[in-house]
Design a protein around this ligand. Structure first.
Ligand SMILES: NC(=O)c1ccc[n+]([C@@H]2O[C@H](COP(=O)([O-])OP(=O)(O)OC[C@H]3O[C@@H](n4cnc5c(N)ncnc54)[C@H](OP(=O)(O)O)[C@@H]3O)[C@@H](O)[C@H]2O)c1
Length: 312
């Protein structure tokens, strides 16, 4: 496993981290098995993964609780725990994005309780509410940082303009945005801004939410209640065309004596500005395979051949 420093922080993360929206994520996926979820986290930590990504909304607090239970088996000081908040789920019938300082403070306290931690290393504003000025929401996170409840501030699901506004005082250490071989839109503006402004870019959906796992066929159907039904890559003609590209990438992976998911993760890590990846998964076999991406390197020619496939 390789490790790298998160920008504007003095702590290191494993370049292969772990996404945990399936761990207790009953509101996002059908038939989530909590024991498998805990095994998935435990296996990652045993393999040298030190960067765990969760959020309060995953399973409405359940992901944080399960992650917290596993963390107790390990040395907390060796780990970098990231969580996110902004989805006010106090009223389950009416989940609202809420960036008010008083709500964020309450959300941080609740996350710490569920995770059974005194502090989190990274706290993301999960979604902008498009009402509360960033001076107020990020200002409150900066105060929580001063108080030692969070060690660094991240933001997710923002446009370039929003990121600039949120980072006006240079408070943002990490941007989490969609980025994968199959969705390179971040390269247009967000990624360059993070490179210029000393912000770590952590892609979410690094395996295109499973499409770059290689197990989908044209006949595959997502279960009812699977949040990915709202993702364009999984819809209609785009899904069919994407699978053709996935087949070519699979062949390329074989020629490089690796697997498609490892190719996809290593390719992201080869992009300037990307400091770590946080692939998700439902079972421990997934992370056992994914940690191997940490050691894969590309020649310039290989990156250019991959570009040819992706640009077709
Ligand atoms: N900030 C945000 O708004 C936001 C949004 C989405 C996600 N996230 C975070 O980003 C993390 C990663 O994104 P993601 O989990 O949605 O998508 P992802 O990592 O792109 O894809 C995860 C899917 O890929 C499959 N997979 C993983 N490893 C595999 C392997 N070696 N071989 C074959 N298939 C494999 C898993 O399938 P199985 O389920 O079958 O194991 C899993 O469902 C999340 O867990 C979450 O922490 C953040």
């Amino acid at each position: 496993m390789n490790y790298t420093k998160l920008k504007k922080s003095n702590f290191e993360v494993s370049t292969i981290g772990l996404g945990t929206n399936t761990v207790g994520g009953h509101n996002l996926f059908q038939n989530v098995n909590e024991r498998d979820g805990k095994d998935f986290v435990r296996e990652a930590l045993n393999l040298g993964v030190t960067f765990i990504d969760t959020a309060d909304i995953y399973g409405l607090g359940r992901s944080e609780e399960l992650v917290g239970e596993v963390l107790k088996e390990f040395n907390r000081d060796d780990l970098v725990i990231a969580t996110k908040g902004s989805q006010n789920f106090t009223n389950l019938d009416d989940v609202k994005t809420d960036n008010r300082p008083e709500y964020l403070r309450e959300a941080v306290e609740k996350s710490l309780q569920r995770l059974q931690l005194d502090y989190v290393d990274l706290y993301y504003l999960h979604f902008p509410d498009n009402v509360t000025p960033f001076a107020e929401s990020i200002g409150e996170l900066a105060r929580l940082k001063e108080e030692g409840k969070i060690r660094s501030i991240g933001i997710s699901n923002v446009s370039l303009e929003q990121l600039k506004e949120a980072n006006v005082h240079g408070d943002i250490s990490v941007l989490q945005s969609p980025y994968s071989m199959l969705d390179r839109s971040a390269e247009e503006a967000l990624l360059p801004y993070t490179i210029e402004n000393e912000i770590s870019f952590i892609p979410y959906g690094p395996l295109a939410f499973g499409l770059l796992g290689g197990g989908f066929t044209k006949e595959s159907k997502l279960e009812a209640g699977d949040w990915r039904q709202s993702v364009p890559l999984f819809q209609g003609e785009q899904f069919i065309q994407t699978l053709d590209k996935v087949e070519q990438l699979k062949e390329f992976a074989v020629s490089k004596e690796t697997t498609l998911p490892n190719l996809a993760l290593a390719w992201l890590l080869a992009q300037k500005g990307v400091d770590a990846v946080i692939p998700g998964g439902k079972r421990k076999e997934r992370i056992r395979e994914n940690v191997q991406a940490s050691d894969i390197r590309f020649t310039r020619e290989e990156l250019s051949l991959i570009d040819d496939i992706l640009n077709k």
